[in-house]
Design a binder for this molecule. Sequence first.
Ligand code: SAH
Ligand code: MG
Length: 237
Amino acid sequence: MAAEPTPQAPAQAHAQAPASASASAPKPDVLAAFEAAKGFMPVSEGLALYTAAVEAGRLGLPLLEVGTYCGRSTILLADAARAAGVTAVTVDHHRGSEEQQPGWEYHDPETVDPEIGRMDTLPLFRRTLHKAGLEDHVIALVGRSPQAARLWSSPLGLVFIDGGHTDEHATADYEGWAPHVAEGGLLVIHDVFPDPADEFTGQAPYRVYLRALESGAFTEVSVTDSLRVLCRTGHGS
Ligand code: SAH
Ligand code: MG
């Protein structure tokens, strides 16, 4: 069941919301949890992701995310999953992408496990989800995305690709998970930057997005900043 509109949502969120009458919006507590969570998704894109997740939830199939990080976007998938009575699955090795490592632009020292000196975002993710009251609606797969994809064999209502930004990672995410998107299900890709001047971490997600469209299996549904929502309208990937 779709979430209700949120007349009490913060003004800032409303100002950035897509002007679509059919867009579902998260309730204020969910939006507040999303905004409070550490992560890499602006509110405008989060609202578009939420709308897609609510729509996809109607298929009654799991919603899967590649790239959990600290659970910011997971909150939205989890809430949509809760509303639909399905489960959100989120995959991450929790050791961070290339650009999140110490010394790089997107590094956050709070994500380092001091004992081993490596990034570990799993505890932060667990905290985020617990505070949002959404733990029961999420299964976290801790490991490498292609390895998890090799074990997967059932249809998905939504696949959200927000993992590594190298061609190797983005391509493996697409090849591993897009085939599982059910007919009428959604493929959502983050960090799609058609103009090289706009991107900071590489254009691999853009190339994956083009590949999905060129496959003939997916049709574009919406564009919100760097977030692209595609619907499976044909076979293949
Ligand atoms: N969705 C998050 C941001 C994800 S950042 C948000 O809303 O804030 C990208 C994440 O992808 C990082 O946590 C990184 O550890 C993970 N990642 C990168 N390559 C991966 C791979 N091959 N397998 C699993 N996780 C990967
Ligand atoms: Mg991203």
